[in-house]
Ligand binder design. Structure first.
Ligand code: ADP
Ligand code: GLC
Length: 476
């Protein structure tokens, strides 16, 4: 089968979070199962600046309202797979992926509807024998919509079926209705059963209504999003499509996240020989300006947003500090959260270290050097950081939600707490510290966590089974 992934992020080219890791990681294991896998994403400035060897594959125009935009599609074959990049410099040659210091770019509806149409145009022009388009998140959610509406009569696309994956239902791509015209969508779609959402257009909703199958990134989150609490207003649509919705837990790239091979950390280690981990811990303390301590070192690597419960962490810091623990935090996001975290580091310089920014190396150093990792998420579709942590013998302390509930076994491979509130997190931290004080308990948990198999092979098999089902679907 020929599977084309369409995504706004693909690692190693560009990522802001787990989406990029996932789309970057899944290609090779699917190929190993005998599929032809390619992926397409926008050519952002940072992708172009990396100057990879690319060739122009095709060029065409895409109409965005009154404006005709010239699009060039580049192709690169690197050992990791076959990638296509949609070049449209007025829309994508920018510093950020979705926005800058002033917030989201105001033309994101135009940017990503163009990306979706360019994907279909590239398939047509290049005569790619695609069987399944696997579209990820709201940025690619219009692909299933176009396939069944504007592009329904295009014979080059008629065999294609779609799988749409929700990585985070909280980001839906909701835009003012006038973008219907820019996105070349017919007004007949602007009703509550299709694209309309409280008077606006909702890209994610379009994907949910029109895709042949829907997945999300953990079984637990697949259930949660059909409830009012975590359905973000789309629980009705998801319930209607309940028979076509399933959850497949993400895998992780065990080449990039492997303590025995990791070149970004100061010393390597395995479950059998943890000396390197002690060296990583000492290095992390030194680099972050934290002294040796009689209590464990907790790490946080996260987008600093409400989803991740960073405000709960901020509230809990005084208690955590009073237990003599240390916390090293890396993240970026919400301005106010950034400021309060920096203030906390100034208040407790021997116990709290904060680095604002996006830094791959430090992410690896924290994952390897910390004893435990904190993830007090309010919701977490899957979460990758807790799985990376486990593979590095860093026990995650997580809230029972989404993929965290599916990947951490309380008291065995980490610590799970219930409430998205300070009391829950503090209890989790206290339990972790108690376990840490018993080397036998802690050691057994570290061994269990490091032996977990989060490789992509398992998820790839589940996706492959779904692709088989999807190609059997008769186009409605
Ligand atoms: P999400 O996609 O919701 O942000 P995940 O846990 O799925 O959460 O994935 C987060 C990914 O982004 C991980 O690879 C994590 O290491 C990385 N990451 C998050 N914040 C940073 C940061 N400030 N610097 C480096 N890597 C980060
Ligand atoms: C989203 C989710 C995260 C998930 C990632 C990859 O960013 O917030 O939980 O791991 O997508 O699927």
């Amino acid at each position: 089968m020929f599977i084309l992934h369409a995504s706004s992020e693909i690692a190693p080219f560009a990522k802001t979070g787990g989406l990029g890791d996932v789309v970057g990681g899944i290609a090779r294991p699917l190929e190993k199962l005998g599929h032809h896998v390619a992926a397409i994403m926008p050519l952002y400035r940072r992708v172009r600046d990396a100057r990879r060897a690319m060739k122009v594959a095709c060029e065409f125009n895409v109409k965005c309202g009154e404006t005709t935009r010239r699009v060039r599609v580049w192709r690169t074959d690197i050992p990791d797979g076959e990638f296509f990049f949609v070049e449209q410099n007025e829309l994508f040659d920018r510093e950020g992926l979705y926005g800058g210091g002033m917030g989201d770019y105001p033309d994101n509806a135009e940017r990503f509807s163009l990306f979706s149409r360019a994907t279909l145009q590239a398939i047509t022009t290049l005569k790619l024998p695609v069987d399944v388009i696997h579209a990820h998140d709201w940025q690619a959610a219009l692909i299933p919509v176009y396939l069944k509406t504007t592009h329904a009569q295009n014979p080059a696309l008629s065999r294609i079926r779609t799988l749409f994956t929700i990585h985070n239902l909280a980001y839906q791509g909701v835009f003012p209705s006038h973008f219907m015209h820019v996105a070349a969508l017919d007004w007949s779609l602007f009703n509550w059963k299709k694209l309309e959402f409280w008077g606006s257009i909702n890209f994610m909703k379009g994907g949910l209504v029109f895709a042949d199958r829907i997945t999300t990134v953990s079984p637990q989150y697949a259930r949660e999003i059909q409830s009012r609490e975590l359905g973000s207003g789309l629980e009705g649509v998801l319930k209607d499509r309940g028979a076509d919705v399933s959850g497949i837990l993400n895998g992780v790239d065990t080449e990039e996240w492997n303590p025995a091979k990791d070149k970004l950390i100061p010393a390597r280690f395995t479950a059998a020989d943890l000396k390197g981990k002690a060296a990583c811990r000492a290095h992390l303390r030194r680099r972050r300006g934290l002294p040796e301590s009689p209590a464990p070192l907790f790490g946080v690597v996260s987008r600093l947003v409400a989803q991740k419960g960073i405000d709960i962490l901020v509230e809990s810091l005084a208690e955590i500090v009073s237990m003599e623990a240390q916390v090293v935090i890396l993240g970026q996001g919400d301005d106010a959260l950034q400021r309060t975290l920096v203030a906390a580091a100034q208040r407790w310089p021997r116990q709290v270290a904060v680095q604002i920014g996006f830094d791959d190396r430090l992410a690896h150093e924290i994952t390897a050097g910390a004893d435990a990792l904190l993830m007090p998420s309010r919701w977490e579709p899957c979460g990758l950081s807790q799985m990376y942590a486990q593979l590095y013998g860093t026990l995650p302390v997580v809230r029972r939600t989404g993929g965290l509930a599916d990947s951490v076994v309380d008291g065995a491979t980490g610590f799970v707490f219930e409430e998205a509130a300070m009391a829950g997190l503090v209890r989790g931290v206290r339990r972790a510290i108690e376990a840490w004080r018993s080397p036998a308990t802690w050691g057994a948990m570290v061994q269990a966590a490091m032996k977990l198999d989060w490789s992509w092979e398992r998820s790839a098999k589940e996706y492959a089974a779904l692709y088989e089902k999807v190609v059997g679907v008769t186009r409605s």
